[in-house]
Design a protein around this ligand. Structure first.
Ligand SMILES: [Zn+2]
Ligand SMILES: [Zn+2]
Length: 248
């Protein structure tokens, strides 16, 4: 099959016009020529899924969309959260939500590959590089929504996972490793949190709730304090009341 034929057919009209124009600069000419001859096979090899899908979409029989995929014997639906293999360290596996499931024909075969468009969440380990202070209040199971979505190979999906609210997470009696919570977004362009100012702050250190840490409530003002911040050791806990330094 001649794949370059398909590509030629799909060059946007604007570029064809530019090509015909005598005013086109040499750099854009080069670009046009390069784009014209890049084959589906090359896109596949270079894992340029976005372009591969764009081209396949315009050619009948090369592209199909689905509502569900089966990974490790489990059905995963559109809109569900998944863990995606990041390499050797499973602690760093990526978390995302499946926005689209498609299959695209592998060039020069009759086989299809399955790709998923995934909306990414950032993990704590990724945001503390830019925001070291968040190490104190962000939970190990906390993830931050981004506006970035990408195509990934479906075979890199490890398993389903659950994304709950912070309140739901804090109320869990037992925490499974595939349960995450989300309360904030991460702005990838500005490298900062969105919605941080609106979060309720606790303790003398004035930080958002970290469900992984231990808190004690003052019997008088009802404010919550970190054990460490008010010098309480776990052993001393139990019976009796607690009054914070302000209320004492
Ligand atoms: Zn504190
Ligand atoms: Zn108090």
């Amino acid at each position: 099959m001649n794949y370059s034929h398909w590509i030629k057919k799909t060059i946007p009209k604007k570029q064809q016009m530019e090509k015909a124009s005598p005013n086109t600069s040499s750099t854009s000419k080069k670009k046009i020529i390069k784009e014209e001859f890049i084959s589906i096979r090359e896109l596949y090899k270079e894992e340029k899924w976005q372009q591969l899908i764009a081209i396949s979409k315009r050619n009948r029989g090369l592209f199909q969309e689905y509502d569900q995929i089966r990974v490790q014997g489990r059905d995963i639906n559109l809109g569900e959260a998944v863990l995606i293999n990041s390499g050797d360290n499973h602690e760093e596996d990526y978390v995302g939500i499946i926005k689209q499931i498609v299959s695209v024909m592998v060039p020069r075969t009759n086989k299809y590959i399955c790709l998923c468009n995934v909306e990414w969440y950032m993990r704590k380990s990724e945001v503390i590089k830019n925001h070291p202070k968040s190490n104190e209040w962000a939970s190990e199971q906390e993830i931050f929504k981004t506006k970035l979505s990408e195509y990934i190979l479906a075979q890199t999906i490890i398993d389903k996972c659950n994304i709950v609210t912070c309140k739901e997470y804090a109320e869990l009696k037992e925490i499974e490793s595939n349960v995450y919570f989300n309360r904030l977004s991460w702005d990838l362009e500005k490298n900062k949190f969105r919605g941080y100012d609106k979060l309720q702050k606790f303790c003398l250190c004035h930080q958002p709730l970290n469900p992984d840490r231990k808190y004690i409530q003052c019997d008088s003002c009802k404010e919550w304090y970190h054990f460490e911040c008010v010098g309480i050791l776990e052993e001393k806990m139990g019976n009796g009341h607690y009054f914070c330094s302000i209320c004492k």
